[in-house]
Write a protein that binds this ligand. Structure first.
Ligand code: COA
Length: 211
Protein backbone atom coordinates (compact mmCIF):
# COMPACT_ATOMS: atom_id res chain seq x y z
CA UNK A 1 0.00 0.00 0.00
CA UNK A 2 1.44 3.35 -1.04
CA UNK A 3 0.63 6.50 0.94
CA UNK A 4 0.35 9.31 -1.63
CA UNK A 5 -1.07 9.41 -5.13
CA UNK A 6 0.90 12.12 -6.93
CA UNK A 7 3.74 11.95 -9.44
CA UNK A 8 6.20 10.73 -6.81
CA UNK A 9 3.84 7.86 -5.98
CA UNK A 10 3.99 6.74 -9.62
CA UNK A 11 7.80 6.44 -9.37
CA UNK A 12 7.61 4.73 -6.00
CA UNK A 13 5.09 2.24 -7.41
CA UNK A 14 7.69 1.07 -9.91
CA UNK A 15 10.25 0.66 -7.12
CA UNK A 16 7.77 -1.30 -5.01
CA UNK A 17 6.94 -3.57 -7.94
CA UNK A 18 10.59 -4.10 -8.80
CA UNK A 19 11.36 -4.97 -5.17
CA UNK A 20 8.93 -7.86 -5.50
CA UNK A 21 5.86 -6.54 -3.70
CA UNK A 22 2.31 -6.68 -5.00
CA UNK A 23 0.80 -3.20 -5.10
CA UNK A 24 -2.79 -3.26 -3.78
CA UNK A 25 -3.76 0.41 -3.49
CA UNK A 26 -2.73 4.02 -2.92
CA UNK A 27 -4.09 6.22 -0.15
CA UNK A 28 -4.79 9.93 -0.43
CA UNK A 29 -7.38 12.18 1.25
CA UNK A 30 -7.54 14.38 -1.80
CA UNK A 31 -7.77 11.73 -4.52
CA UNK A 32 -9.80 9.08 -2.69
CA UNK A 33 -12.26 7.37 -5.02
CA UNK A 34 -10.08 7.71 -8.12
CA UNK A 35 -7.68 5.19 -9.64
CA UNK A 36 -3.95 5.35 -10.32
CA UNK A 37 -1.92 2.82 -12.34
CA UNK A 38 -5.06 0.66 -12.40
CA UNK A 39 -5.19 0.54 -8.58
CA UNK A 40 -7.80 2.16 -6.30
CA UNK A 41 -6.97 5.30 -4.34
CA UNK A 42 -8.40 4.87 -0.82
CA UNK A 43 -8.94 7.49 1.88
CA UNK A 44 -6.95 5.51 4.43
CA UNK A 45 -5.08 2.25 5.01
CA UNK A 46 -7.60 -0.51 5.75
CA UNK A 47 -7.14 -2.27 9.13
CA UNK A 48 -7.26 -5.62 7.28
CA UNK A 49 -4.14 -4.69 5.28
CA UNK A 50 -2.18 -4.10 8.49
CA UNK A 51 -3.63 -7.15 10.25
CA UNK A 52 -2.51 -9.30 7.29
CA UNK A 53 1.06 -7.99 7.67
CA UNK A 54 0.88 -5.86 4.52
CA UNK A 55 3.60 -3.27 4.09
CA UNK A 56 3.16 0.47 3.78
CA UNK A 57 5.42 2.77 1.73
CA UNK A 58 5.22 6.55 2.01
CA UNK A 59 5.39 8.27 -1.37
CA UNK A 60 5.31 11.94 -0.47
CA UNK A 61 8.02 13.92 -2.23
CA UNK A 62 8.12 16.92 0.13
CA UNK A 63 10.58 15.87 2.83
CA UNK A 64 8.97 17.75 5.74
CA UNK A 65 5.48 16.56 4.78
CA UNK A 66 6.81 12.99 4.50
CA UNK A 67 8.37 13.27 7.98
CA UNK A 68 5.04 14.45 9.44
CA UNK A 69 3.16 11.64 7.66
CA UNK A 70 5.64 9.13 9.09
CA UNK A 71 5.04 10.38 12.65
CA UNK A 72 1.32 9.83 12.20
CA UNK A 73 1.81 6.38 10.62
CA UNK A 74 4.16 4.88 13.21
CA UNK A 75 1.42 5.24 15.81
CA UNK A 76 -0.57 2.71 13.80
CA UNK A 77 1.82 0.70 11.61
CA UNK A 78 4.48 -1.62 13.12
CA UNK A 79 8.02 -0.71 12.04
CA UNK A 80 8.55 -4.06 10.31
CA UNK A 81 5.65 -3.14 7.99
CA UNK A 82 7.46 0.07 6.98
CA UNK A 83 10.56 -1.48 5.38
CA UNK A 84 13.24 0.09 3.22
CA UNK A 85 12.36 -0.55 -0.44
CA UNK A 86 15.09 -0.87 -3.07
CA UNK A 87 14.62 -1.06 -6.85
CA UNK A 88 16.21 -4.19 -8.32
CA UNK A 89 18.42 -2.07 -10.59
CA UNK A 90 19.96 -0.10 -7.70
CA UNK A 91 23.46 -1.02 -6.54
CA UNK A 92 23.77 -1.28 -2.78
CA UNK A 93 27.16 -2.13 -1.28
CA UNK A 94 27.03 -4.96 1.28
CA UNK A 95 28.37 -2.56 3.91
CA UNK A 96 25.63 0.04 3.38
CA UNK A 97 22.95 0.52 6.01
CA UNK A 98 19.29 1.25 5.19
CA UNK A 99 16.81 2.24 7.89
CA UNK A 100 13.05 1.57 7.70
CA UNK A 101 11.12 3.67 5.22
CA UNK A 102 14.14 4.48 3.04
CA UNK A 103 13.40 4.33 -0.70
CA UNK A 104 16.04 3.68 -3.35
CA UNK A 105 14.90 4.14 -6.94
CA UNK A 106 16.08 2.89 -10.31
CA UNK A 107 19.81 2.87 -10.92
CA UNK A 108 20.78 4.58 -7.65
CA UNK A 109 24.14 3.64 -6.15
CA UNK A 110 24.92 3.38 -2.44
CA UNK A 111 28.60 2.86 -1.70
CA UNK A 112 30.25 0.99 1.13
CA UNK A 113 29.66 2.29 4.63
CA UNK A 114 26.97 4.75 3.49
CA UNK A 115 23.82 5.09 5.57
CA UNK A 116 20.25 5.96 4.66
CA UNK A 117 18.36 7.05 7.75
CA UNK A 118 14.63 6.64 8.41
CA UNK A 119 12.40 7.69 5.52
CA UNK A 120 15.21 9.06 3.39
CA UNK A 121 14.94 8.99 -0.38
CA UNK A 122 17.34 8.30 -3.23
CA UNK A 123 15.83 9.14 -6.61
CA UNK A 124 16.70 7.67 -10.00
CA UNK A 125 20.41 7.54 -10.73
CA UNK A 126 21.54 9.32 -7.56
CA UNK A 127 24.80 8.35 -5.85
CA UNK A 128 25.57 8.30 -2.13
CA UNK A 129 29.31 7.73 -1.90
CA UNK A 130 31.27 5.84 0.74
CA UNK A 131 30.54 6.57 4.41
CA UNK A 132 28.08 9.31 3.55
CA UNK A 133 24.86 9.77 5.50
CA UNK A 134 21.45 10.77 4.20
CA UNK A 135 19.77 11.79 7.42
CA UNK A 136 16.11 11.25 8.32
CA UNK A 137 13.69 12.18 5.49
CA UNK A 138 16.47 13.84 3.47
CA UNK A 139 16.53 13.28 -0.30
CA UNK A 140 18.80 13.07 -3.30
CA UNK A 141 16.96 14.02 -6.53
CA UNK A 142 17.67 12.24 -9.83
CA UNK A 143 21.39 12.29 -10.66
CA UNK A 144 22.34 14.10 -7.46
CA UNK A 145 25.74 12.92 -6.28
CA UNK A 146 27.69 13.13 -3.04
CA UNK A 147 31.41 12.55 -2.61
CA UNK A 148 32.59 10.32 0.24
CA UNK A 149 31.91 11.14 3.93
CA UNK A 150 29.23 13.70 3.15
CA UNK A 151 26.39 14.28 5.62
CA UNK A 152 23.02 15.53 4.39
CA UNK A 153 20.94 16.86 7.28
CA UNK A 154 17.42 15.81 8.18
CA UNK A 155 14.73 16.73 5.62
CA UNK A 156 17.24 18.50 3.37
CA UNK A 157 16.80 18.17 -0.38
CA UNK A 158 19.64 17.91 -2.86
CA UNK A 159 18.02 18.83 -6.17
CA UNK A 160 18.34 17.26 -9.56
CA UNK A 161 21.92 16.92 -10.79
CA UNK A 162 23.55 18.69 -7.83
CA UNK A 163 26.99 17.58 -6.64
CA UNK A 164 28.31 17.75 -3.05
CA UNK A 165 32.10 17.65 -2.64
CA UNK A 166 33.54 14.93 -0.42
CA UNK A 167 33.71 15.43 3.32
CA UNK A 168 31.14 18.23 3.56
CA UNK A 169 28.00 18.59 5.66
CA UNK A 170 24.69 20.15 4.67
CA UNK A 171 22.51 21.19 7.62
CA UNK A 172 18.89 20.21 8.22
CA UNK A 173 15.90 21.57 6.24
CA UNK A 174 18.10 23.06 3.51
CA UNK A 175 17.46 22.96 -0.25
CA UNK A 176 20.42 22.78 -2.63
CA UNK A 177 19.24 23.91 -6.09
CA UNK A 178 19.41 21.95 -9.30
CA UNK A 179 22.83 21.47 -10.96
CA UNK A 180 24.68 23.14 -8.09
CA UNK A 181 28.22 22.33 -7.02
CA UNK A 182 28.60 22.51 -3.24
CA UNK A 183 32.22 23.17 -2.33
CA UNK A 184 31.82 24.26 1.31
CA UNK A 185 29.72 23.43 4.36
CA UNK A 186 26.10 24.53 4.06
CA UNK A 187 24.07 25.60 7.10
CA UNK A 188 20.59 24.37 7.92
CA UNK A 189 17.40 26.19 6.87
CA UNK A 190 18.69 27.85 3.69
CA UNK A 191 18.22 27.69 -0.06
CA UNK A 192 21.55 27.61 -1.87
CA UNK A 193 22.40 27.17 -5.52
CA UNK A 194 24.89 27.87 -8.26
CA UNK A 195 28.33 26.72 -9.33
CA UNK A 196 29.79 27.07 -6.79
CA UNK A 197 26.67 27.03 -4.62
CA UNK A 198 26.01 30.05 -2.40
CA UNK A 199 23.23 30.71 0.09
CA UNK A 200 20.51 32.82 -1.55
CA UNK A 201 17.94 32.95 1.23
CA UNK A 202 16.81 31.53 4.53
CA UNK A 203 13.92 29.11 4.73
CA UNK A 204 11.95 27.56 7.53
CA UNK A 205 10.57 24.08 7.75
CA UNK A 206 7.28 24.04 5.84
CA UNK A 207 8.36 26.66 3.28
CA UNK A 208 7.68 25.90 -0.39
CA UNK A 209 9.92 23.03 -1.28
CA UNK A 210 11.72 22.72 -4.61
CA UNK A 211 10.33 25.74 -6.47
C1 COA B 1 16.62 26.26 -5.95
C2 COA B 1 15.16 26.34 -6.24
C3 COA B 1 14.42 25.58 -5.13
C4 COA B 1 14.79 27.81 -6.17
O1 COA B 1 13.45 27.96 -6.50
P1 COA B 1 12.80 29.43 -6.43
O2 COA B 1 13.09 30.05 -5.13
O3 COA B 1 11.37 29.27 -6.82
O4 COA B 1 13.63 30.25 -7.48
P2 COA B 1 13.09 30.91 -8.81
O5 COA B 1 12.63 29.85 -9.76
O6 COA B 1 12.13 31.99 -8.42
O7 COA B 1 14.42 31.56 -9.42
C5 COA B 1 15.00 32.75 -8.89
C6 COA B 1 16.25 33.02 -9.69
O8 COA B 1 17.25 32.05 -9.31
C7 COA B 1 17.67 31.33 -10.48
N1 COA B 1 17.85 29.94 -10.09
C8 COA B 1 16.92 29.15 -9.51
N2 COA B 1 17.43 27.92 -9.27
C9 COA B 1 18.69 27.94 -9.72
C10 COA B 1 19.71 26.94 -9.75
N3 COA B 1 19.51 25.71 -9.30
N4 COA B 1 20.90 27.29 -10.29
C11 COA B 1 21.10 28.55 -10.77
N5 COA B 1 20.17 29.54 -10.76
C12 COA B 1 18.97 29.22 -10.23
C13 COA B 1 16.53 31.50 -11.48
O9 COA B 1 16.97 31.31 -12.80
C14 COA B 1 16.09 32.89 -11.19
O10 COA B 1 16.99 33.81 -11.80
P3 COA B 1 16.47 35.20 -12.38
O11 COA B 1 15.95 35.96 -11.19
O12 COA B 1 17.72 35.79 -12.97
O13 COA B 1 15.41 34.88 -13.37
C15 COA B 1 14.76 25.73 -7.61
O14 COA B 1 15.17 26.56 -8.67
C16 COA B 1 15.36 24.36 -7.85
O15 COA B 1 16.53 24.19 -8.16
N6 COA B 1 14.50 23.34 -7.68
C17 COA B 1 14.91 21.96 -7.83
C18 COA B 1 13.93 21.15 -8.64
C19 COA B 1 14.24 19.67 -8.52
O16 COA B 1 15.36 19.22 -8.40
N7 COA B 1 13.23 18.85 -8.52
C20 COA B 1 13.44 17.44 -8.28
C21 COA B 1 12.42 16.61 -8.93
S1 COA B 1 12.62 14.94 -8.40
Amino acid sequence: MIVGAGGHAVSVAETVRSAGYELTAFTSDRDAGSRLLDRPVLADIPDEHLAAGGIVVIAIGDNAVRADAWQRLVARVPLDQLPAVVHASAIVAPGADLAPGAIVMQGAIIANGARLALGSLMNTGSILEHESVLDEFASLAPRAVTGGRVRIGARSAISIGAVIRHGLAVGADTVIGASSYVDREMPGNVVAYGVPARVVRARVRGDAYLG
